[in-house]
Ligand binder design. Structure first.
Ligand SMILES: *Cc1c(COP(=O)(O)O)cnc(C)c1O
Ligand SMILES: [Zn+2]
Length: 385
């Protein structure tokens, strides 16, 4: 039987998966996972599925079975005062960490006998959900805003999902989609997605075991991934595999930073803001559904939240490629720009070990800068300088 018990991190209430995805108190629910007795596994399942004992479902076939297991790369050339390791989530099957959540979402839906999975996204989550569904022959519907430009949908459409343009308030669609009965939506911070996405932190901690990184820095939008990282750390502590928690640092774009604003004024609740245009459009959620849970995670671990303007994001993106060999999307590069700010502020000490989650590959994006090159005649190659 599939696990169905969900719990609210905030008020402790429980519910079943079929009843609801959000608590009656308004917060997001996550799966209740018993990790006592969990040890670093011997199992050889590929990627994230080596942690199947902590997941609500066993792996199914297809690209979802290949999610996770991404490299953790020590990159001294990118050090900014702290010792940096890059967790290269761009190496997931569709180039972002979303594949971890999609893998669990699709596997669970398949086991529950569903033949279609739904999501509210026009970016990486849509790409990832559509690909993972395609891999097991499940139908997929992605709901996008009515005015999303055609070129933003090209990478989604490749996998052949049904694309539905929804008129009206896209922010409300998130909530209303979860209230629909008999339809499986796997959105940014829903229980199945959070369950899958926690595996990134399990991989990081296992790589450091028996030590721990001092901090983990990641870009944040809905707060789903940060919640997942927080949950994984809690499970590992309950299992006795770690005794402290690394500090978690959330980075947002200055064009859309509701979590940073709430953090800075000491609020426990995130308020919706009016977002501006940004190159980091994958992380521009102005009313993050797991914003409060993200804030709680930052405070519980002694971390913080910072935001960065697009110029710094561009510079970070360039440096990651030219000095690290990582092509990441702008929404990932914000984390590196944020890391530089955190070091300036003294939040991170020289010598501390910091993991930067490079959440998504940049190969899906056009570069803005013209390509510089020169031309030589074949005959002149021998005298080239
Ligand atoms: C979705 C996404 C994020 C933000 O994740 P949330 O769980 O919404 O906070 C960051 N980077 C990339 C590349 C993403 O696709
Ligand atoms: Zn609650």
């Amino acid at each position: 039987v599939l696990p169905t018990r969900l719990r609210c991190y905030a008020c402790g209430a429980t519910a079943t998966f079929d009843e609801r995805k959000r608590c009656t108190c308004g917060e997001s629910l996550w799966f209740e996972t018993s990790s006592s007795g969990f040890e670093w596994p011997d199992r050889r399942d590929p990627g994230m599925w080596r942690y199947a004992d902590l997941l609500p479902v066993d792996p199914s076939s297809g690209v979802g079975a290949a999610a996770g297991g991404t490299p953790l790369v020590r990159t001294p050339r990118l050090d900014v005062g702290a010792r940096l390791l890059v967790k290269d989530e761009g190496q997931n099957p569709t180039g972002s960490f979303k594949d971890r959540g999609s893998a669990v979402g699709v596997a669970y839906a398949a086991r529950a006998g569903r033949d279609r999975i739904w999501t509210v996204s026009h970016g990486n989550m849509a790409i990832s959900t559509a690909a993972t569904a395609a891999g097991v022959g499940m139908e997929c519907t992605v709901c996008v805003p009515v005015d999303v430009p055609e070129e933003r949908l090209e990478n989604v459409a490749r996998y052949g999902p049904e694309i539905v343009r929804v008129e009206g308030d896209y922010g409300r669609l998130y909530h209303e989609s979860l209230a629909l009965e008999g339809i499986e939506f796997v959105n940014s911070d829903t229980p199945l997605r959070v369950a899958g996405q926690k595996t990134v932190a399990l991989e990081i901690c296992e790589a450091f075991s028996p030590e721990l990184p001092d901090a983990i820095v990641l870009p944040v939008s809905s707060g789903g991934q940060l919640s997942a990282v927080r949950k994984a750390l809690g499970e590992l502590r309950a299992a006795g595999l770690i005794d402290q928690l690394p500090r978690l640092y959330a980075v947002q774009t200055a064009a859309c930073d509701p979590i940073v604003r709430a953090f800075e004024v000491g609020e426990r609740e995130v308020s919706a803001i009016d977002a501006e245009e940004t190159i980091a459009y994958s992380i521009a959620n102005a009313d993050p559904p797991s914003g409060n849970r993200a804030l709680a995670a930052l405070r519980a671990t002694g971390g913080a939240a910072v935001s960065v303007p697009d110029e710094e994001t561009r510079a970070a993106q360039r440096r990651l490629a030219r000095e690290g060999g990582f092509v990441v999307e702008a929404s990932s590069a914000v984390a590196y720009a944020g890391l530089e700010r955190l070091v300036e502020r003294g939040a991170l000490d020289a010598g501390e070990r910091v993991v930067l989650i490079a959440t998504g590959s940049g190969f899906k994006e056009r570069t803005e800068s013209p390509v510089e090159s020169r031309t030589v005649a074949l005959e002149e190659l021998s005298s080239i300088e």
